[in-house]
Ligand binder design. Structure first.
Ligand code: MIC
Ligand code: SF4
Length: 659
């Protein structure tokens, strides 16, 4: 039987396990990336593991999320990250140089390689045939130390593309269409592999928009085969020699197949406040828009900004609509500026931000109250823009530009008819991505050789080994689809404490219940209860680390998002799955006791535990965990577990990360 492309790359990197869907596999990682808000923990953990040099082919540290440095704490973080990259041997991308996924795509992403990143949108270079996976910071630290990365072997879904995108429909509409059909949980445990005759009609920047936002489906990764388009892109970024031809076998077997006829697509939009709340733009046309932002790791590339510039050339934005371009990379800004497009955009009434995530997580450009903001981003979770009850829509750059001109949501096809002289801009790449590399510091150019820690940079808290008897109150009962933005928001007032867990913990779940952190501390232990897809969204391990710090013992949920579940194991919190009936019956304030000896059960592979509630009724909760995850839980988390491994192996010269 032939192999899918995903299986081929995994096979090439397999160090443990078998490629059977649902089985845990260990793979070798070639490249890692980390960014400023998850990176400080990564390097503190790298240090705590006594590792002294990056072992992967390449590691890159980006500073992209909070580049405005509103507080010295952020600037201290950036300086610490520069010193860590220098000390341990990673590339360093200075604040303002661009968003990790865009800069990585331009400078380092390579077909056939594996990439692990401490950011959920790491799968972006899947559009170039790289198998890229997002993970929690501790997994990145261990992989950087040369240890394998363990993940459940995903099912591979074949997304068969046919036809060609019509005018005004874009790559964003491809992924919005998949979200419309499959929902934000539709990709859990899956890799989406794109095949079919439509593939060759999509350029690499279009493919990476699709693979980037595959994360919103909950997918482990998304990948395209490589072809002339890949070769062409690599040539333009000056790395043609990195081209490798990669295709699935003709007789590859997929777990499922979805067909998308590109020719049938039209401009789509995700309504507030979930990326899968997708409708045709025409359905919401006429809604007044106060803010338009073009940018982010999904649609902030040169190829995303250029269509906006072409549509706005010689025109002005509506007077009540503030329009901002937040480029994905400084290189994109530089090329646009050299070509004169920046001036055109400015003349049209557009403001330029530095290349940063910024507004995507509520840092700058927070929408006005009761207003509509249209963004080319990938997430519109409630409150993420920096104001509760926000009204954020997600769309393509073309739809965003049309709204900027008209001041209301409008299908660009209708606007083009109305204006009579606005052509569909299409997609155009620069002949050469020839921006300056001044903001990239290679390991051999490093300026630091020891860590520089400011006063806000704390230690990584450790947990005691698993308590055999788990008991406590239900401190919070939550609904379905709780995001990591609910658990630990990323807005600027809170983000500055990412390197200071005791302080950051004060904000845990504050978006759901402001009194939670204090109640958890007072209760000295307890449980969280949630519906489906608990912990979707970001890879931030702080969403597990902070509850752990507050004494939470475990989470009872109907289902978990992949990265968050791994983070719960990594920090020693027990993720238990409950059925709908139990979820409905259990209430906040109930007393919960796990009747079985948890320590023994976890070690012995027990899958079902009896939960006694209020000494009154009982239910069954499942622990779906690999042997390795059980050992991690028993040790009180991955840091303690990895150190234990090290102690056992010391003397044998083994790396602490050799699992
Ligand atoms: C996000 O888009 O939510 C983030 C901010 O990029 C996160 C990373 C973080 O929380 O630092 C992600 O996607 O993993
Ligand atoms: Fe940055 Fe937003 Fe992309 Fe996350 S989703 S990496 S915050 S641009």
């Amino acid at each position: 039987m032939g192999q899918t492309l995903t299986e081929k790359i995994l096979d090439d990197h397999l160090v443990e396990g078998e490629l059977e869907p649902g089985e845990e596999i260990g793979i070798e990682i070639d490249q890692v990336l980390t960014q400023d808000t998850t990176g400080t923990m990564v390097w503190l953990q790298f240090e705590a593991l006594d590792l002294d040099e990056v072992q992967t082919e390449l590691a890159a540290q980006y500073c992209d999320h909070q580049t405005y440095q509103f507080d010295f704490k952020n600037t201290d973080d950036h300086r610490f990250l520069r010193s860590a990259a220098g000390t341990f041997g990673a590339h360093f991308s200075r604040p303002g140089n661009g968003i990790c996924h865009q800069v990585h795509k331009e400078h380092f992403a390579a077909p056939g390689k594996t990439l692990l990143g401490s950011d959920s949108h790491t799968p972006t270079p899947g559009g170039m045939g790289e198998l890229a996976i997002g993970a929690g910071g501790l997994d990145i630290a261990v992989a950087m130390g040369g240890g394998p990365y363990y993940v459940e072997m995903p099912e591979v879904t074949n997304v068969r593309l046919e036809g060609e995108l019509p005018e005004w429909a874009t790559a964003k509409d491809v992924i919005l269409e998949l979200l419309r059909r499959l929902s934000v949980k539709g990709g859990v445990g899956k890799v989406f592999e794109y095949t079919g005759p439509g593939v060759e009609n999509l350029t690499v920047p279009e493919r990476t928009t699709i693979t980037n936002m595959g994360t919103e489906l909950g997918a482990t990764s998304s990948i395209f085969p490589t072809d002339e388009q890949t070769k062409d892109f690599l040539k333009r970024v000056g790395r043609e020699d990195e081209y490798v031809e990669l295709q699935p076998d003709d007789d590859a077997e997929y777990a499922e197949e979805i067909t998308v006829d590109l020719s049938d697509l039209e401009p789509l939009i995700a309504k507030p406040s979930m990326p899968d709340n997708v409708v045709p733009v025409r359905e919401v046309a006429g809604e007044s828009v106060e803010q338009v932002i073009v940018g982010s790791c999904t649609n902030g590339a040169y190829e995303d900004i250029l269509p906006v510039a072409k549509m706005l050339e010689g025109r002005e934005t509506a007077k009540h609509t503030e329009t901002i371009i937040a480029p994905g990379s400084k290189q994109a800004s530089e090329i646009l500026a050299r070509q004169g497009w920046t001036a055109e955009l400015m003349a049209a009434g557009v403001n330029f931000s530095e290349a940063t995530c910024g507004a995507c997580i509520g840092i700058g450009h927070v929408p006005a109250s009761d207003s509509v903001s249209l963004r080319t981003f990938n997430r519109n979770f409630e409150g993420r823009s920096g104001i509760e009850d926000d009204s954020v829509y997600l769309c393509s750059p073309e739809v965003a530009a049309a709204a900027a001109i008209k001041g209301e949501i409008v299908d660009p096809r209708d606007l083009a008819d109305e204006l009579g002289d606005m052509d569909a801009p299409g997609l155009e790449m620069p002949d050469e991505y020839n921006g300056s590399k001044a903001d990239l510091i290679a390991p051999d150019e490093a300026i630091d050789d020891e860590l520089i820690k400011g006063p806000n940079i704390g230690d990584v808290p450790l947990k005691d080994p698993l308590d055999p008897h788990l008991e406590g109150g239900v401190l919070l009962k939550m609904t379905d689809n709780i995001t990591t933005d609910h658990i630990i928001p990323a807005t600027s007032d809170i983000l500055k404490y990412r390197s200071n867990v005791p302080k950051l913990s004060e904000f845990t779940l504050s978006r759901v219940d402001e009194s939670f952190a204090q109640r958890a501390l007072d209760a000295d232990g307890g449980f969280l209860v949630a519906g489906e897809n608990y912990g979707q969204g970001s890879s931030r391990e702080h969403a597990a680390l902070c509850p752990m710090y507050l004494g939470i013992e475990g989470v009872l949920a109907q289902s978990f998002a992949r990265i968050h579940k791994a983070n719960l194991f990594n920090f020693g919190l027990v993720p238990l799955t409950i059925d709908e009936e139990t979820y409905e019956k259990i209430e906040q304030g109930d007393d919960v006791e796990i009747v079985d000896d948890v320590g023994e059960g976890v070690r012995d592979g027990k899958e079902e535990f009896t939960v006694r509630v209020n000494d009154d009724w009982e239910a069954t909760a499942r622990l779906d965990a690999s042997e390795r995850e059980r050992k991690i839980l028993a040790a009180g988390g991955k840091l303690s577990y990895t150190r234990q491994q090290y102690d056992e192996k010391s003397g044998s010269g083994a790396s602490p990360a050799d699992d």
